[in-house]
Design a protein around this ligand. Structure first.
Ligand code: HEM
Length: 404
C-alpha cells in the first residue's frame, strides 16, 4: 500500500497518547472491572455489537442501562434517539473550597443519575413507562482540572482555535459537562431538570445546555445527519476502543476525552448541489453509505484508489479522505453525533467524539478546516472538551480518583 505522502506514520501503531502513562498499573481498576455484574457485561456487549451494525440481539426490552461500573455508560452504550448536554461552571475560590464544591457536585450528580436511570426511579415522572433507558456521562473541563490540580490525563487541555471557527463562548466550554441520552425527550427534560437542581444546590452554576436528536434508526443500522448521509459508519470496534478511545492502562484506563462541537450546517445550500457532487464531497454514496471505492457500507474507504485518468476515486477534498485513519497512523475516534434544530436558520450537527488522545481531533480538524469540501457549508459555533471520568463503583461516587 503506498504511503500517504502528507503524513509518514506507521500504518497501525498504537495511537500517540497524551494521557499520562502510569508505570504501575492501578490494580484497583482491574479488580473493579472484574467485579461488575455479568448482566452489565452482557448488556454492554450487545450494545457494542449493535453499535457496529453487526447482528446483535436488541437490549432486553425495558432493561435499565446500568449506571454503576468501571466506565460510564454514556460512551459506548448504543446510541439512543435523543440527547441533552448540560455544562456548569464552579465558582472561582480557593483550591480547597473548589475541591470541596466539586466533590459535593459530583456526589449529587452520582446520586441523581443513578436514581434516574435505575429500575425504580424515585421521581414519579420517570416511573410511568418502564425504565428510562437513560445513559449518561459526566466530565470535567481543562480549566477546572488546572485550577484544582485534578488527576486528569497529562496533556488534557483546551482545544486550539481552528480557521473558520465562529465560537460563542456562552454555548461552549465549562468546568463540568453532563451528557444524557435516552429514548425520548420526556426523560431528558425531566432528568435535565433533576441534574440542574442537584448541581445548583451543590454550588455549580449553569453555563449552557443543548438538545439533540437522531434520525429514526433501526437497531444495528447507522443514523443519518441533516445532509442526508449515514453518519457513524466507520467507528472503532470494541478492540479498537481499548486502543484509541479509553485511556491507556493505568489511572485513566476507564476514562476518555469527549470533544464536542456545535456545527451549523447549510442544509438547503448542500441539498441544492447535484447528488453526485454531494457524494464526491463526502466520499460515500448517500443512499447506502457505501464508500465510492467499495461495495458494502462497512468497507474501508480506499483513499489510494485511482480512476483511469489518474484522479483519486475519493477526491482530494472528500470528507472521508481528510478524516481517514490512514492519515493518523490508524487512530480512530468514536463518533456519536446528534442533529440539532434551533430554528430554520440554525440546524446542524452536535459532533460528539470520544478519544484517548484529543490531539487526534486537532490533527483531523486542522485538515478539515481548510480543505474539506464540506467546509463552505459548515460553521463551528461552539466547542467543549471534557475528561470523561471513570465510572462510579456501587456505593462510590464519580470522580473518586480525581484527588490522588
Ligand atoms: C457537520 C459536520 C460533519 C458532517 C456532516 C460529517 C459527516 C460525515 C459523514 C457522512 C461521514 C461518513 C460516514 C461515517 O463513517 O460516519 C463522516 C466520517 C467521518 N468524520 Fe465527519 N462529519 C462532520 C464533521 C466532522 C468533524 C468535525 C470531524 C473531526 C474533526 C469528523 C470526523 C470524521 C471521521 C473520523 C470520519 C470517519 C472516517 C473514516 O474512518 O472513514 N467529522 N463524517
Amino acid at each position: 500500500m503506498p504511503a500517504e505522502p502528507e503524513n509518514a506514520q506507521d500504518p497501525l501503531p498504537p495511537a500517540a497518547t497524551v494521557l499520562g502513562r502510569r508505570g504501575a498499573l492501578l490494580a484497583a481498576g482491574a479488580v473493579l472491572a472484574a467485579g461488575i455484574g455479568a448482566a452489565a457485561d452482557e448488556l454492554a456487549h450487545k450494545e457494542l455489537t449493535a453499535r457496529h451494525g453487526r447482528s446483535a440481539a436488541p437490549p432486553p426490552e425495558g432493561a435499565a442501562v446500568p449506571f454503576h461500573g468501571p466506565r460510564q455508560a454514556g460512551v459506548t452504550t448504543s446510541q439512543q434517539p435523543a440527547t441533552q448536554l448540560l455544562a456548569f461552571d464552579l465558582p472561582q475560590t480557593t483550591v480547597a473550597a473548589g475541591r470541596q464544591t466539586l466533590r459535593g457536585v459530583l456526589d449529587a450528580l452520582t446520586r441523581t443519575l443513578a436514581d434516574a436511570g435505575s429500575e425504580a426511579p424515585s421521581d414519579l415522572r420517570l416511573a410511568g413507562g418502564g425504565t428510562t433507558r437513560l445513559s449518561s456521562l459526566v466530565g470535567v473541563g481543562p480549566a477546572l482540572a488546572t485550577r484544582l490540580s485534578l488527576d486528569v490525563p497529562a496533556g488534557f487541555a483546551e482545544l486550539p482555535a481552528f480557521p473558520g471557527d465562529r465560537l460563542d463562548p456562552a454555548r461552549g466550554g465549562g468546568d463540568l459537562l453532563v451528557q444524557l441520552c435516552a429514548a425520548d425527550r420526556w426523560t431528558l427534560t425531566v432528568v435535565a431538570e433533576l441534574v440542574g437542581t442537584a448541581a445548583r444546590s451543590a454550588g455549580a452554576l449553569p453555563r449552557w445546555t443543548q438538545s439533540g436528536f437522531l434520525s429514526p434508526t433501526a437497531p444495528g443500522t447507522t443514523p443519518r445527519n441533516l445532509f442526508g448521509f449515514k453518519d457513524g459508519t466507520a467507528n472503532p470496534d470494541a478492540a479498537q476502543d481499548e486502543q484509541f478511545v479509553w485511556g491507556p492502562p493505568g489511572a485513566h484506563q476507564n476514562g476518555t476525552v469527549l470533544v464536542y462541537r456545535r456545527i451549523r450546517m447549510d442544509v438547503a445550500g448542500f441539498a441544492a448541489l447535484p447528488g453526485d457532487r454531494r457524494e464526491r464531497m463526502i466520499g460515500r454514496r448517500a443512499g447506502d453509505g457505501v464508500p465510492l471505492t467499495g461495495t458494502a457500507e462497512h468497507d474501508d474507504p480506499d483513499i489510494y484508489a485511482k480512476n483511469p485518468d489518474g484522479s483519486y476515486v475519493i477526491p482530494a477534498d472528500a470528507h472521508v479522505r481528510l478524516t481517514s485513519p490512514r492519515l493518523d497512523g490508524g487512530a480512530r475516534m468514536l463518533r456519536r453525533s446528534y442533529s440539532y434544530d434551533d430554528g430554520p436558520a440554525d440546524r446542524g450537527l452536535l459532533f460528539c467524539a470520544f478519544m484517548r488522545d484529543p490531539g487526534q481531533f486537532v490533527r483531523v480538524q486542522d485538515r478539515l478546516a481548510t480543505r474539506d469540501a464540506l467546509a463552505p457549508f459548515l460553521q463551528h459555533q461552539a466547542s467543549a472538551v471534557a475528561y470523561v471520568l471513570p465510572g462510579a463503583a456501587d456505593g462510590g461516587s464519580l470522580g473518586d480518583r480525581l484527588w490522588t
